[in-house]
Design a protein around this ligand. Structure first.
Ligand code: FEO
Length: 401
């Protein structure tokens, strides 16, 4: 049928019918750089199945792409792998249009969909490991609890080797290309790291188990809910996930700071010089120039975090409070760190409080006290910063052996 939006066949009888959100930059408190896609998939079989949906404002795009293959009313089943609204927002309208026999989700998924949309019928819970027959193919449901919500599950089509992996292996990347092998590896790696650091990192301990579960399946395609469909670099992306989950210490340090009258900025540069002298690689990130999501991404393969703040009204700069709160939730492992900063008339409080926050996150401190500076750094203070950089690099060398 001629429709304004077309489906794209990803393998025999399986179609991408999602939507592209080209200019989205703020996504549930997470800053993204290149927009995103909401991937939904249609399986044509004796029973036609819709796997996941799109955000509510994109429902007409979804319906149009489905209509380019079959009339939406011919869909028999909907599978909701994940109840978050970027994949289920269109559910109430989709149920109204399609009148499916069932909407299948995990038990927690059914609970979440009920809570979001106040619907009951035709929701039905599927068990972990259960299978259903849809004609020529079967669908197998595998729970992936807390990756990254309690309801999360994936759906596997064994005869086609397609795994509908919901958020797992997703990228926030809006492009006209639909497959991983149509895109540069460097962009895929950066955006996959960005996604992992900001969404999956707190659940890293569950990744090896996921990788083990997936290794038991003969998977040819990861049909993820965001970004390109993976058909060529499956092993590559699974290996990256294993590496990021392990968070092994490296010789990379990230310095994050804000500055009022350039004192903390100058201190951060002396610190960076000391780190370089100790052979560490350094990323110097001002909070005026970088989002918390970009900082989390740089920290994903780092071994150290150094945080610098001026003092305002007796407290650390609010921007530093934000990054510390964000870091705490992401539960970074194996980092070392320290703090530095300036004050006018409340000596050392800011640096002490940042160090306390780092300790709460189980980040091992490099020095006894960090470096505090009264108003403007003297050469002596800058030398202390340089020495803190050298000491950090030395500790990193020990940790990354
Ligand atoms: Fe893409 Fe957790 O939603």
């Amino acid at each position: 049928m001629t429709t304004p939006f077309k489906a794209i066949e990803i393998t025999d009888d399986i179609y991408w019918v999602g939507a592209i959100d080209w200019n989205l930059r703020r996504f549930h408190g997470y800053d993204i750089n290149r927009g995103t896609t909401y991937n939904a998939f249609l399986i044509k079989d004796k029973k036609n199945v819709l796997i996941d949906m799109v955000r509510a404002p994109f429902k007409d795009e979804l319906f149009s792409r489905i209509r380019s293959v079959i009339e939406p009313e011919k869909i028999d089943l909907i599978v909701s792998n994940h109840a978050e609204m970027d994949h289920s927002g269109a559910l109430p309208d989709t149920i109204d249009l399609i009148q499916p026999e069932k909407v299948l989700a995990s038990a927690k998924g059914v609970e979440a969909l009920k809570a979001h949309y106040n619907i009951d019928q035709p929701l039905e819970a599927v068990k972990d490991g259960s299978e259903i027959d849809i004609g020529r193919s079967k669908l197998k449901f595998i729970e992936t609890k807390m990756l990254h919500w309690p309801d999360s599950m994936v759906t596997f089509v064994p005869d086609k080797g397609v795994l509908f992996s919901q958020d797992a292996f997703g990228l926030h990347l809006a492009t006209s290309e639909r497959f991983d092998d149509e895109l540069p590896e460097s962009i895929l790696e950066y955006e996959a790291a960005h996604y992992y650091a900001n969404i999956l990192l707190p659940y890293s301990k569950l990744i090896p188990k996921l990788a083990e579960k997936l290794s038991e399946l003969d998977i040819k395609i990861f049909a993820t809910d965001h970004g390109p469909v993976w058909r060529s670099r499956l092993e590559w992306i699974v290996d990256l996930y294993k590496k990021w989950a392990a968070q092994k210490p490296t010789m990379k340090a990230v310095i994050v700071y804000d500055t009022m009258w350039e004192s903390t900025a100058l201190m951060s540069r002396a610190l960076a010089d000391g780190l370089r002298e100790g052979s560490a690689s350094v990323k110097l990130m001002s909070l005026a120039a970088h989002t918390r999501s970009d900082i989390a991404t740089e920290l994903l393969d780092a071994g150290a975090i150094l945080i610098g703040s001026p003092t305002i009204n007796g407290e650390m700069y609010p921007t530093l409070g934000e990054i510390l709160t964000y870091m705490k939730g992401l539960k970074f492992q194996h980092l070392i760190g320290d703090a530095f900063g300036s004050y006018g008339w409340v000596p050392n409080k800011t640096v002490r409080e940042i160090r306390d926050k780092l300790s709460e996150m189980k980040i091992e401190l490099v020095s006894e006290n960090g470096v505090s500076c009264h108003y403007v750094p003297t050469d002596d203070i800058l030398m202390h910063c340089r020495e803190l950089g050298i000491a950090t690099a030395k500790m990193l060398k020990e940790k990354s052996k």
